[in-house]
Design a protein around this ligand. Structure first.
Ligand SMILES: [Mg+2]
Length: 229
């Protein structure tokens, strides 16, 4: 079947790996909230899954939860500051990779629909419209909003439904975190691994990448050749 749609992963694919770009965020958050850094960071990391599957629908709720577990009540001013820090770091993490905007724009020009399927917390849909990618993506799907995450087959089916396309007419381009490529293949999409440098620095996230035998590209622009095959 001819490719009609290209669905992209976000972190590690259209933008850098999230963890590599948020830098000092935990330290700044802990300082703003006046909580011990180590304990805060540990709890924040332990609640990643909850943020990704939409247990918190606001930034405030995710901060309040972690502080609540620590037995700390957050004042209004502290909360405002912490939310601003979280959004500011996330905004920076959403800076598109150099070839992302041009590749998506060319796909649009050539009448391929572009989708997005991201395992992410609520900050991403909040900030999405600010990004240079927003106008180039037809239907972004955020795990936190759908309360489903990759590699759950239902979230790939949902993406195809919203894009009005059969899975077999879709490429799925990703860096292979969370076994997302195998998940895509099981549903019938054509998975493509994007090789990136963060796969070497964060091997714990990329077991699938190391074992991947399927289609592989070394840069996003290569998608423009793949869709024509
Ligand atoms: Mg990724």
């Amino acid at each position: 079947m001819k490719v009609q749609v290209v669905i992209f992963d976000l972190f590690g694919t259209l933008v850098d790996d999230f963890a590599s770009s948020v830098g000092q965020m935990h330290a700044e958050l802990a300082a703003a909230l006046a909580v011990p850094y180590e304990a805060f960071m540990q709890l924040w990391r332990q609640t990643t899954e909850m943020r990704t599957i939409g247990a918190f629908q606001t930034v405030e709720a995710s901060i309040e939860y972690v502080c609540g577990v620590m037995g700390v009540q957050v004042g209004a001013e502290q909360m405002t500051k912490a939310v601003a820090i979280r959004l500011q770091h996330t905004r920076r993490a959403l800076e598109p990779r150099p070839d992302a905007v041009t590749t998506l724009a060319r796909l649009n020009d050539q009448d391929y629909k572009v989708g997005l399927l991201s395992n992410c917390s609520v900050e991403i849909p909040i900030l999405w419209q600010e990004t240079a990618l927003a106008n180039l993506v037809a239907t972004p799907i955020f795990s936190c909003r759908e309360r489903l995450k990759k590699p759950d087959p239902r979230i790939y089916h949902l993406a195809c439904e919203r894009l009005c396309v059969m899975p077999g007419a879709c490429l799925y381009v990703a860096d292979g975190e969370d076994h997302e490529l195998t998940g895509a293949a099981k549903v019938g999409l054509h998975p493509v691994l994007l090789r990136t440098s963060s796969q070497e620095t964060r091997p714990e996230l990329h077991q699938e990448t190391r074992e991947w035998q399927g289609a592989t590209i070394a840069g996003l622009a290569e998608v423009l050749q793949l869709v024509r095959r």
